[in-house]
Ligand binder design. Structure first.
Ligand code: F6R
Length: 242
């Protein structure tokens, strides 16, 4: 595992964007696995900036997002499709049809998840998977205790995740209680993984995930077993690691 310690959020974001852009430059038709949440926003802004300067093109890139709230329309402002459009896709030259986010309104979550697994396989797998980490160690919406062998599935969000995500909604009651999420198996099959962490509130869980035992109770700990993981974090988030 490689670890990059960044001075602050801005340089963490720049380093993460560097790794993503190197992937796209060396393989223009890369399949990128993308994440939402607060942490990757700065990296997306940096990628947009480099695209606008003419240094980067996403014309042949394909993307698959990790997860989506179940029950939210793609047009809902808190949906992850909306997040991806407004933070990245609307500002770069990626083709809409090459971007894939789970459908939060799918009638059958089982069918939607099976089709998503097939889509990832048909695309040839994920070249680089970007991840954030929840305060309870979740990656995507794989919550503590979830089976490491799962592929894309319907998840019941934990109280801790609902609590952490209520900041994006008008009230806690508005936070959906379920989500569709890639499973640990999909994530572990990505050829490369880039995980970004920021802020003192993540320091304990980052330490547990990378220095503690591999356990379902800390889903991100499974990344210790992946052959190509890059962790990029700011000083606060990595304070207990280095
Ligand atoms: C988002 C996702 C989540 C977040 C995690 C951290 O697509 O899969 O696992 O990465 O909740 O979120 P932030 O970055 O807001 O702390």
């Amino acid at each position: 595992m490689r670890i990059y310690l960044a001075e602050d959020y801005k340089s963490m974001s720049r380093r993460a964007a560097n790794i993503i852009s190197a992937q796209v430059i060396t393989k223009p038709d890369s399949v990128l696995g993308l994440a939402t949440g607060g942490t990757p926003v700065g990296a997306y802004q940096q990628l947009v900036e480099w695209y606008k300067k003419g240094d980067l093109s996403f014309a042949e890139v394909k993307s698959v997002n990790l997860d989506e709230y179940y029950g939210l329309s793609p047009r809902h402002e808190q949906s992850y499709r909306y997040f991806m459009q407004s933070n990245l896709f609307d500002h770069i030259d990626i083709k809409y049809e090459n971007t894939h986010v789970l459908n939060g309104l799918a009638k059958s979550p089982t069918v939607e998840c099976a089709e998503y697994n097939k889509l990832i396989r048909d695309l040839g797998g994920i070249d680089l998977q970007l991840l954030g980490m929840g305060h309870n160690g979740h990656i995507a919406f794989n919550e503590p205790g979830d089976d490491f062998g799962l592929e894309t599935h319907l998840v019941n969000l934990t109280e801790s995740t609902i609590e952490a995500n209520k900041r994006f909604f008008e009230s806690k009651d508005d936070v959906p209680r379920q989500a569709l999420s890639m499973g640990i198996k999909n994530i572990m099959q990505a050829r490369r993984i880039l995980i970004v962490v920021s802020g003192a509130a993540k320091a304990d869980i980052v330490y547990k995930a990378f220095c503690g035992p591999v356990t379902k109770e800390v889903p991100a700990s499974i990344l210790q077993l992946h052959p190509d993981v890059t962790l990029v974090g700011d000083k606060e988030a990595l304070s207990k690691l280095v």
